[in-house]
Design a protein around this ligand. Sequence first.
Ligand code: AMP
Ligand code: MG
Length: 470
Amino acid sequence: MTLQIPFENTYAALPERLFSRQKPTPVRSPKLIAYNAALGAELGFKETQDETELAQVFSGSVLPDGADPIAQLYAGHQFGNWNPQLGDGRAVLLGESNGYDIQLKGSGPTPFSRRGDGRAWMGPVLREYVMSEAMHALGVPTTRALAAVATGEEVFRERPLPGAVLTRVASSHIRVGTFQVLAARQDLDGLRALFEFACARHYPHVSDPAEFLQSVSKRQAELVAHWMSFGFIHGVMNTDNCTISGETIDYGPCAFMDEFHPGKVFSSIDRNGRYAYGNQPDISVWNMAQLATALLPLEDNSDSAVAQFTDVVHNMPDLIRTAWRNRFSAKLGIATPAQTDEQLISRLLSIVTDKRSDFTNTFRSLTEDTWQITELANSTEWPAWLEDWQTHLEAQPEDPKEIMSKANPIRIPRNHNVEAMIKEAVDGDYGPFFALNTALSKPFERSSEFQRYTLPPQPEETVTQTFCGT
Ligand code: AMP
Ligand code: MG
């Protein structure tokens, strides 16, 4: 084998009840769709050009030297309902390289598969590849995509579909739900081992559960505000899809909004809008409250711990609000965000909602002074807002355009482009997949070549629903 991965297997050295040793299941005829060589280099891989070998390794058909594959145990609240056991039902962690987890997704059944087949079809694999790499290019903390391999096998959903495996990279796959499962089982030794591991890996300066909760809350607060600044709706903010590292994870039914509405929901299974765009801050706080509950057994004095943890959770809405204000102020070119700017931001969002404007293109039109040709200019509230905004900017020495051009992307992964790409890939043409990836790799740079990706969907192209599509 020419591919050499400098594996470490630190999670596999934790108590055995935190995971199950599990080899990926080989596939019939693995073919490489994509390999992210730049990411491979960051992970410390020795370069390999052998596509056959890459396809074998990243489909789970050949185990690379040094891997110690495991399926991780976790639990979680799904749509607010407690599920005492989830776990990697279709994923296997090969090990860590340069401090990052390398996980195959869609690599066959595990003891945690429940009724699932452990597989993934090509649609969600390519979707996650594009979405997670686009998020990374936008600067949002996220899991990454290292490879996508077609398995040559069919996966049965409503109909037979081509199977694929995604290789996902994360600074870890520890979730709120990983803590929850151990707390629920009253496994104090396991909980303590996980806590120490998570501190060492993500928060090396932290040794106290309250400080840990505070650190995770800060990262989650930054994350949710970052998502919102790009019109991103995660879609399944269950506690098993909420990382301790503060990275975005689990690109199932997520979507970037075209037309702005705070109540927007895409996920077909989110019938009550629990994870609607505008609910994301509240859910993020709710998830941190679940983490607090799971950390409580680590404290000897539970009364004082409850008081401390409650303070942290109660403080989180303020953290989110400040992070949100900072992100949206930058979108308006404001160099020193103040609480009074919140009104200016909210007034604009209200105009954008009324006019059903495209979120991304609206902020870009403000950046490039092309708002005159948008529907905003027809709003009765517009002239007053514009005057207040311009007066505000004139009073600051910093160049607002410079700030705005870094906060307002030109291209985002629009649903209709993603869906069209999947359709072509299933028909055997990966061209649109590569084009979309390239277009989204520099989202803040204008390019005439990629002009089509800046266009909102035509009515007949509009995607109204997204699916977990596992
Ligand atoms: P998700 O909706 O991706 O967060 O997954 C929720 C749970 O369902 C996790 O425990 C997954 O591992 C499991 N799961 C999802 N799809 C499958 C599948 N095709 N086979 C087995 N388990 C699955
Ligand atoms: Mg999940």
